[in-house]
Every structure is written in structure tokens, then in C-alpha cells.
Write a protein that binds this ligand. Structure first.
Ligand code: EPU
Length: 312
């Protein structure tokens, strides 16, 4: 990868271990670019790259990744709260804003909706990309338009929410789409009520999820709303199983925690393989990854019945 001197002057480029940029605290070396200038988007998009948000839903291989890893800098962290008109307001937010900051600003202004995402760790861009959410609401529920650069293009464009075939944990746009920001259309409500809802949701998470330990959140998608992956793994008796420092959480079985922060990606992959094989063999259920994976063994995505020939 090579960048022009102008690019290097305007944007920060450093060699890092990606573990420090993920909540799972796993991931090998890479070149990290912090993009500050929109003018440099085209140069970046012309070569292989990967987009990083808060790294909260990401498992990265122990060898890192060869492509530059790019995160959006401060100039993409804009937040504009619009005037209220007819009980509604428009909010425009850049992808680099922390989701918690967006939620806090909306709660304070009395704009309803985003408080339902309280406690979801993400940047706005990451939350849009994953259609991050809870078991009752998703990021794209309140979004009216998104600003994106689609794969193969270099110019940003705005897309109406209605044009996005979004679904559970999916924004519906192709892999590699860059989210630059979005607009939300929100109804007004009593800030005290919104705050109370956010607090209640965060408390519920803290009571049922291992938030004090390094993890990437829920590992698998729920196979169906009536079949939470956590309950399935729990019923299989797998809570507390570990490989190295990677452990199936004793609090919530759909979390793998990096207990001492010494776990490797290989440890986590071996544990995931064990879970997927048991779920398939004993319950006939195919568990698919909710967590994004970069440069991890393909077996994470292979059907368990094909796994016999795949070495770890
Ligand atoms: N359960 C167990 N054992 C466990 C874990 C859960 O029996 O070890 C049971 C619970 O008692 C409950 C059911 O399974 O009856 C569902 O559990 P929970 O309420 O924790 O919800 P979930 O479906 O496991 C989903 C999202 C979470 C989100 C929570 C709360 C997915 C894969 N997970 O979890 O999202 O925080 O709802 O809204 O959709 C994430 O995306 O990373 C994530 C953590």
C-alpha cells in the first residue's frame, strides 16, 4: 500500500496491533489510517482497505490484516440537532460519533427512539453497517437517510432508508459499503422518560451480560426470535468451557470472553467450532456468526457437517 505525500500529511498513519482497537482485545498487526480529510477518500478507496468502527463486534486473526485499516477521524464526528416542527425533529450525525453520544444528545433534547439502543457499544457508522440493536429495536428503525460510498464507487451519495433492504443485524447494503453518516427523523418526548428507559435498558444488560470482561458481544445470530443462541448454548451445558483464556461466559452463553486478555484468535475459533458442532450434532441447529471476522479461519463460516476435514 502506498499513499501520496499529501495524503500522509493530512491523515494519521501508524503501525499498530489491532487488539488495542477491539473490545475483544484480539488481533495482530496492521497499518491504521485515521482519515481526517474527505478530499482523500478517493485515494483510499482506490486500494484494498477495511473500515473500523469501535471494534465492538469484531474478531481479528492473530496475523492481523495486510490491508490498511481505516477509521474515520474527528472531522466525521459532526452532530446537528434540528429544530422541532409539528412534534418531530431531524438529527444529522456523522459516522465517527460514538453511539452513546448520539443517544445522550437525543435524550437531552427530548427526541425519542435512539434511547432504545442504550448500552450498545458502537460508532454511528458501525451501528448503521451492522444495523446494530437489541431484541426490540434496530439502529435503522429511526433513520430516514444514510450517506454512503458503495463498493466500487468513490463519490458519497445519500440513500433513502426505504431503499435499504435492512433486516436483523444487516443493513442490506453490500459488504465494503462505507457509511459516512445519517439523518434520523424523531418524535419528541419527555427527556426524563427517555432517560429512564435508557437507564433501565443498560441495567438489564449489566444484569445479564458479562460487561466487565473483554468480548465482542453476542457471537452468534439468534437462529430465530424464539430460539436465542444463548439459551441453546446454555442448554448444551457449555457455559464455562474454555480454550486458553477464551471462555464461554458463565453469565451469558452467547458471549465468549477473553478472560485474562491473553486469548488468541485461534483459541476463540476453536471454541466457536466446538459450539457450532455441538449445536448441529445434538440439536440440528446451524449457528451463524453475528460477529464480523477479519482474516480468521474459514471454518467459522463452513457448515458444521463439512468441518470434519478442516484442520484448526
Ligand atoms: N438465556 C439463557 N442462557 C444464557 C443466555 C440467555 O437461558 O446463557 C435466555 C434468557 O434467559 C432469555 C433468552 O435466552 O430468556 C434471551 O436472552 P437475552 O434476553 O439475553 O437476549 P439475547 O437474544 O440473548 C439479544 C441480542 C443482544 C442484546 C440483547 C438485549 C442477539 C444475538 N443478541 O440477546 O445483542 O443485547 O438481546 O436486547 O440478537 C449483540 O448483538 O452483540 C448483543 C449482545
Amino acid at each position: 500500500m502506498t499513499f501520496t505525500p499529501d495524503f500522509e500529511r493530512r491523515n494519521r498513519i501508524e503501525q499498530v496491533r489491532l487488539a488495542a482497537f477491539t473490545t475483544m482485545r484480539i488481533g495482530g498487526p496492521a497499518t491504521l489510517v485515521t482519515l481526517e480529510s474527505r478530499a482523500d477518500l478517493a485515494e483510499l478507496l482506490g486500494q484494498p482497505h477495511r473500515w473500523l468502527g469501535r471494534g465492538a463486534n469484531l474478531l481479528i486473526g492473530d496475523d492481523g490484516v495486510p490491508e490498511p485499516v481505516v477509521r474515520l477521524g474527528e472531522s466525521f464526528a459532526t452532530l446537528e440537532l434540528g429544530e422541532v416542527s409539528g412534534g418531530r425533529a431531524r438529527v444529522r450525525v456523522g459516522a465517527a460519533v460514538d453511539l452513546a453520544e448520539l443517544i445522550a444528545a437525543c435524550v437531552k433534547a427530548g427526541f425519542a427512539g435512539p434511547e432504545g439502543l442504550a448500552g450498545v457499544p458502537a460508532t454511528v457508522g458501525g451501528a448503521l453497517r451492522m444495523n446494530a440493536g437489541t431484541n426490540t429495536c434496530w439502529m435503522l428503525d429511526w433513520v430516514s437517510r444514510v450517506e454512503v460510498v458503495l463498493p466500487g464507487e468513490t463519490e458519497p451519495r445519500w440513500l433513502e432508508r426505504a431503499a435499504l433492504p435492512a433486516a436483523y443485524r444487516s443493513c442490506g447494503l453490500p459488504h465494503g459499503t462505507l457509511f459516512l453518516g445519517c439523518e434520523l427523523e424523531l418524535a419528541t418526548a419527555d427527556p426524563a422518560l427517555l432517560k429512564a428507559t435508557g437507564t433501565r435498558l443498560k441495567q438489564a444488560k449489566a444484569a445479564t451480560q458479562p460487561l466487565a470482561l473483554a468480548s465482542a458481544g453476542c457471537v452468534f445470530k439468534n437462529p430465530a426470535p424464539t430460539m436465542p443462541a444463548g439459551k441453546l448454548i446454555d442448554d448444551l451445558g457449555l457455559k464455562g468451557e474454555h480454550i486458553g483464556a477464551a471462555e464461554i461466559s458463565t453469565v451469558h452463553a452467547n458471549f465468549i470472553v477473553n478472560r485474562t486478555r491473553a486469548a488468541t484468535c485461534a483459541d476463540v475459533v476453536a471454541l466457536i467450532r466446538r459450539i457450532r458442532e455441538r449445536a448441529w450434532r445434538e440439536r440440528g441447529v446451524l449457528l451463524t456468526m453475528e460477529v464480523e471476522t477479519w482474516n480468521c479461519p474459514v471454518e467459522l463460516h463452513i457448515h458444521p457437517r463439512e468441518l470434519a476435514g478442516v484442520g484448526v
